[in-house]
Design a protein around this ligand. Structure first.
Ligand code: GLV
Length: 314
């Protein structure tokens, strides 16, 4: 008999079917069943589940659950909703996601470097006006967060000739990157960068990391890219810094409320580019292969995949 693995997700139906197909194809010896279609016996016997933004009430209906495998890289929502649950939480660490994110960091860094928002605005005014273009090597890009995503992004930017520095919790060396840590280190990155890219996980340490004080330490005319989580920055303080033209432009893919409410001023701000949380999408095929590997190892040997460090928050 096939092992039944509950799939617990608050996703739209089409998305859920796509995931059930991809996960099923990667684990032909198991049966991946949407949580609502699991029987009481399935719920009582299962030791692990695959989740995507799970409803904690659903997880509570599986009393023998030992671990969950999230299909998201960021697990702050699970940690906030399941405090002290004792569950072993595995987050998705997919090299394909790191590649995709690095591609997005490069694309939107080039967008800012080549002045695309300005030329777009000039076009709407039929204005023919060329601006000086600094060399990529004269632009410093500061990456906040040097985990798998940050390192790959740094590498892509270096290949494109940008000068790259970064800030991380540990301060561990990364080849070719000037790495800083701690509060003075954050200040050093903010004050030397022309573009700041946020790629840190959302934790108690990074919530509100960038506010009025930090924006005012950034260079006049610098820009910001947030591809991590909305609450890492203070949105009102960012709007103030853009309104007074201290900062030039912000590319925001994440917000403190998602979807971004239609009434938000950020939709209409000429110095903000709004993206609908698309910078580092999970690829169903590669993610399913990673989950399948972790599940197979657990079924064969009982070994749990590396889990989230609760005190670190990711
Ligand atoms: C997306 O934001 C993720 O956490 O995977």
């Amino acid at each position: 008999m096939k092992t039944v693995i509950p799939f617990v997700a608050r996703t739209v139906e089409g998305d859920q079917l796509g995931w059930l197909d991809a996960l099923g194809a990667a684990m032909p010896d198991c049966e991946i069943r949407a949580f609502e279609n699991t029987s009481t016996a399935d719920r009582l016997s299962c030791k692990f589940a695959i989740v995507a933004d799970p409803d904690p009430a659903d997880l509570a209906k599986m009393p023998n659950l030992v671990w969950i495998h999230s299909l998201w890289a960021g697990v702050e929502h699970i940690l906030a909703q399941l405090p002290a649950s004792g569950l072993h939480i595995v987050r998705l660490q997919d090299p394909q996601m790191a590649k995709s994110m690095a591609e997005a960091v490069l694309a939107w860094s080039l967008y800012l470097h080549r002045g695309m928002p300005l030329y777009r605005e000039q076009q709407t005014n039929s204005e023919w006006l060329a601006h000086d273009l600094p060399l990529a090597s004269e632009r410093t890009i500061g990456i906040l967060g040097l985990g798998n995503l940050g390192k790959m992004a740094a590498h892509r930017l270096q290949q494109q000739d940008f000068d790259v520095c970064g800030w991380s919790r540990s301060g561990s060396p990364v080849e070719g990157v000037r790495v800083y840590a701690g509060t003075p280190g954050l200040d050093a990155v903010l004050t030397q960068s022309d573009i700041i890219v946020i790629l840190t996980p959302l934790t108690d340490q990074t919530r509100g990391l960038l506010g009025q004080a930090q924006f005012s330490r950034m260079k006049k005319g610098a820009s910001l890219i947030n591809f991590a989580r909305g609450p890492i920055l203070d949105e009102d303080a960012l709007l103030d810094s853009l309104d007074c033209a201290h900062l030039d432009h912000a590319v925001l893919d994440v917000f403190s409320t998602e979807p971004l409410p239609r009434t938000s001023r950020m939709w209409r701000h000429k110095n903000i580019t709004v993206l609908p949380h698309i910078s580092g999408p999970t690829n169903r095929m590669t993610a399913s292969a990673i989950v399948a590997d972790n599940v197979a190892r657990y079924i064969e040997t009982g070994e749990l995949p590396e889990g989230v460090n609760l005190s670190r928050g990711y």
